[in-house]
Design a protein around this ligand. Structure first.
Ligand code: T4K
Length: 395
């Protein structure tokens, strides 16, 4: 039997196994496109590859308008401004901090709502309790690519005269009620960051069926220019480059293969982790499209012999760089913790779940054998709880 790395043995993996290792795809096709970009000497500013990428994204999602951006954070900022959100906007605390920062950056206060423990998504009942006369909008987040309860959120928003947008950074390629993500709320923001299901190195896009809103965001991403020398809005530089669009387009051609690969990895984890007390893998609806990009396990310390943090330590020692997304929740990060020191009292599910989650590696760089080895590390740590606990305490 091998000596575990926490006890001084060799790590199970010689090289770190990352969560979020980018998928690269067809490099020949990518280099061809990049050569074309260099030959044309049109590198950015609404070039032909960006336009093609936007058109293809509309085809894939069935959305009327797509405005690509340099990243999803800037896309969120622009969408928030274009929707004229002000004062207070309700968002879940259980999300990547970019969702909250995109508001606070423009001096709009994020009001943190709790999540439904069954879905990790914004809890509509909690959302409704937080609405006040200062509320101007709602941002739902489709965490791990599993869509929010869009109908309930829409009904609540309608009752209070509020507009809704979605942070769909994780949900490109997913569907909900048989419509592709991109079609919900006033608009939805997807991310094409290197670590995402479909990557364009850095990048993002706003998808919307509202032509007026799309036009406003196009102007805003290009300093408000409506032609040479004519500026009609306050704007910023949110443009996607041609090289980024080339990567995005190339990956889009490969999207079905990517989903197939992610699904195979997911099912392999499912098989390997089945029946371990206190460990559960989040599930993905089989009746809808999913991108299977995140392998998320929940460690319930009440039934599991080790807690989440202990398991993460064991995995890191073996060079499996598992992540604790989205611990500790935005409300416990700055500046929000200083602004709302007691927010946690209203966020019991966020507090509990954020302490239970581990995200494991998947994607092109992870093989079936790797998954079996990762599951083996977890099982073997749980079989030797006393020894593991003793070693971790000594450190
Ligand atoms: N909304 C939500 C719900 C989001 O999750 C995100 C981003 C956004 C909005 C904003 O989207 P963007 O503005 O980024 O388009 C990472 C990503 O940087 C971030 O995009 C993502 N969410 C978040 C969930 O994960 P960190 O702080 O964990 O990044 P970092 O540098 O630790 O990298 C993650 C792992 O990926 C590492 O283990 C190393 C590996 N990696 C990373 C890069 C960039 C690679 O192997 N190769 C690479 O090129 O945020």
């Amino acid at each position: 039997m091998r000596t575990p790395a926490i006890a001084g043995g060799q790590p199970r993996f010689a090289e770190p196994l990352h969560v979020g290792r980018p998928n690269i795809g067809d490099t020949r096709r990518l280099f061809e496109r990049i050569q074309g970009i260099l030959d044309r000497r049109w590198l950015t500013n609404d070039g032909p590859v960006v336009r093609e990428f936007e058109a293809r994204l509309c085809d894939v999602t069935g959305v009327r308008h797509c405005v690509t951006m340099c990243n999803a954070t800037v896309a969120l900022e622009i969408a928030i401004r274009a929707l004229d959100f002000q004062k207070e906007v309700i968002v879940p605390s259980y999300t990547f901090v970019a969702t909250a920062h995109a508001l606070q950056w423009q001096e709009i206060t994020p009001i943190f709502a709790d999540i439904d423990p069954a879905t990790f998504n914004l809890d509509p009942a909690c959302l409704e309790r937080l609405i006040t006369p200062r509320t101007t909008g709602i941002i739902g987040v489709h965490v791990w690519g599993r869509p929010c309860e869009t109908r309930a959120i829409k009904d609540i928003a309608g009752k209070h005269g509020l507009r809704v947008m979605y942070d769909a950074a994780h949900a490109f390629g997913c569907s909900h009620e048989e419509k592709m993500i991109g079609n919900f709320g006033e608009c939805e923001v997807v991310s094409f960051h290197a670590t995402k299901f479909l990557n364009s190195f850095e990048g993002g896009a706003v998808l919307t069926n509202n032509g007026e809103l799309a036009e406003k965001m196009r102007l805003m991403r290009n300093f408000g220019f409506a032609g040479y020398d004519r500026v009609i809005y306050l704007g910023t530089n949110g443009k996607m480059t041609e090289v980024c669009a080339a990567m995005g387009l190339t990956q889009l051609e490969n999207m079905d293969d990517l989903i197939g690969l992610n699904r195979r990895n997911y099912e392999c984890y499912q098989e390997q982790l089945r029946g371990i007390p206190g460990i559960s893998l989040i599930d993905y609806a089989t009746t809808e499209k999913r991108n299977y990009h995140y392998i998320v396990i929940q460690v319930d310390a009440a039934c599991c012999a080790l807690n989440r943090d202990q398991l993460v330590e064991v995995l890191h020692a073996e060079n499996v760089l598992a992540r604790k997304y989205f611990w500790p929740g935005c409300h416990r990060m700055q500046p929000y913790q200083a602004l709302f020191p007691n927010a946690g009292l209203l966020l019991p599910h966020t507090e509990r779940l954020a302490a239970q989650v581990i995200v494991l590696p998947t994607g092109e760089c992870v093989s079936k054998e790797d998954i079996a080895a990762i599951a083996g590390i977890i099982k073997s740590a749980l079989e030797r709880v006393d020894r593991v606990t003793r070693i971790l305490k000594k450190e």
